[in-house]
Design a protein around this ligand. Structure first.
Ligand code: HEC
Ligand code: HEC
Length: 451
């Protein structure tokens, strides 16, 4: 699968009048500068829906679900390239099902999102489909919608297959074998493999994480194998009163950190799956977990770039992860191992540029050259630039402060960001990729001196 890489076009600036300051202060008072298309405000992670860019979990009810699905549908339409949009509209026009009640409208939007994902290989559209299916209650709901809207035949022409044709959900046996042949460490169960460290509690710092979700407790473990490959496992729990199982993610790499494999504490159960409680997970082999592409969580929505880990260097989680590193920082992009030619595999990007002194955000590290609408943008890049990056700039705890550190569509920043001006150009580059359109350098027209 190839995702199109958009290169920055050279800037053409509409200069009309006298060039003034580099900071646009007229936005003060109006506050918010949209970090992303307002219709693309959701991401899926840890079996939940997250509002981006804030990173808070969203509680969805029957009323809000209709509107949210309609937003996701509009988001997907905004991401479709023109040729695919034509096929999408043609197919949409042939949909027969009734769009009258709220639940029928939900079904209609779900089907449209499925169509969009069928007519375009764009990773951002696939990420929105993950969100839509989760909003609707799972893959089964998407299938029911296709049937409810009598769209089976129409979608089959585009390559759609209902889940029972695909068969049961797979376990990770093949995945683990492919990870191992790429040299990636695959540990034994937490309870029995002596290579695992003791857990380290991170409860004192959960509030500074990018993904908030009301964690009551977070723990981290590390693992190193004979060959120098290693893993980091993060367990995030909600309050016991919620009765919800923890989210336990594991990321493993090979010795030179060029390949990574991802595991979730979810096991396949027929057509469906089940998130394991901690007791059961501890004695479960990694090869019994769900095959990542069959799980509902797309780790590649966030974990992309040169480094499979997401790290705030000032946190204890960050310190723990960084103690394991050997070459991270010199590799330009890691590969999602274990998929070996499987279609629909997770996609990673090259870096925007090499880390270079004097280049703002790219001074210390590179960032992924993402395509338009990728979830990395609002969930990771925007959030980091407003809470953790550059290191040491922001207060320890996110304050919900406005305005944001993100250029507006004219490339200008709020004047309160003046002390970060050496990062402006790199932030414009980041937003240009995220929006799929060039964000110009900020040119202020001095109204008072205009003819
Ligand atoms: C919506 C974005 C997002 C998704 C999707 C996501 N993660 Fe993460 N993950 C993060 C962030 C951000 C951190 C760092 C802690 C924080 O700030 O919340 C993190 C941390 C981790 C860590 C600790 C090591 C590190 O990188 O800091 C592991 C392990 C992990 N994730 C595994 C997974 C797995 C496995 C999946 C898929 C099943 C996954 N994550 C999906 C955002 C995400
Ligand atoms: C003074 C050095 C420095 C500067 C400048 C800097 N960063 Fe970072 N940043 C770091 C370090 C160190 C990490 C941890 C990376 C790691 O462990 O590989 C990090 C991590 C990140 C991450 C987490 C993803 C990852 O690679 O683990 C993001 C996103 C990020 N930075 C964005 C930014 C943005 C946006 C800017 C500009 C506003 C910026 N950084 C400026 C040092 C810096």
């Amino acid at each position: 699968m190839i995702a199109p890489q958009r290169r920055l076009r050279s800037a053409i600036l509409p200069v009309m009048g006298v060039v003034g300051a580099f900071i646009w202060s007229a936005s003060q008072g109006t506050g918010q500068q949209e970090p992303t298309d307002a219709r693309c405000k959701l991401a899926a992670a840890y079996s939940t829906i997250i509002m981006v860019p804030d990173g808070q979990e969203l509680q969805v009810d029957d009323v809000s679900r209709t509107d949210l699905l309609s937003d996701v549908r509009a988001c997907v339409e905004s991401l479709l390239p023109p040729a695919a949009l034509t096929t999408y509209r043609d197919t949409d026009a042939k949909l027969g099902g009734p769009p009258d009640t709220a639940s029928q409208r939900q079904q209609r939007d779900l089907v449209r999102i499925e169509i969009a994902a069928l007519v375009s290989p764009d990773v951002s559209i696939r990420q929105q489909r993950v969100v839509a299916r989760r909003l609707a209650g799972g893959d089964e709901a998407a299938t029911a919608a296709v049937r409810g809207q009598k769209a089976d035949e129409l979608l089959k022409v585009l390559g759609w297959a209902p889940p029972e044709v695909k068969g049961q959900k797979r376990d990770a046996t093949q995945y683990v074998a492919a990870c191992q042949s790429a040299g990636v460490a695959v540990p034994g169960p937490l309870a029995t493999d002596k290579g695992w460290s003791q857990p380290k509690t991170l409860d004192h710092e959960v509030e500074r994480y990018l993904i908030l979700n009301a964690w009551s407790s977070v723990n981290v473990w590390t693992y190193r194998d004979q060959g120098g490959g290693y893993c980091v496992m993060l367990k995030r729990e909600k309050a016991e009163s919620t009765g919800l199982p923890p989210a336990i993610g594991t990321i493993c790499v090979n010795a030179n950190e060029s390949h990574a494999c991802f595991f979730d504490n979810v096991v396949p159960e027929g057509q469906s799956d089940r998130r394991l409680g901690f007791e059961e997970f501890q004695s479960t082999a990694f090869s019994s977990l769900i095959y990542p592409l069959d799980g509902g969580d797309d780790c590649s929505s966030c974990h992309v770039g040169s480094n499979p880990f997401l790290v705030d260097p000032k946190s204890d989680l960050g310190t723990t992860v960084r103690k394991m590193y050997s070459k991270i920082g010199t590799v330009t992009s890691f590969t999602f191992a274990g998929f070996d030619g499987v279609s629909g595999s997770w996609y990673n990007f090259d870096s925007i540029k090499e880390a270079t002194p004097g280049t703002g955000c790219f001074e210390c590290h590179t960032l992924p050259h993402v395509t338009k609408g990728h979830r990395f943008c609002p969930t990771i890049a925007w959030k980091a630039a407003n809470t953790t990056m550059p290191p040491g700039h922001w207060q320890k705890k996110p304050t919900g402060r406005r305005p944001e550190f993100w250029p507006d569509s004219r490339g200008c920043f709020d004047s309160s960001m003046a002390d970060l001006d050496s990062f402006f150009e790199s932030m414009r580059q980041i937003r240009s990729l995220c929006d799929g359109t060039e964000i110009p350098a900020c040119i202020i027209v001095d109204e008072s001196r205009r003819q």
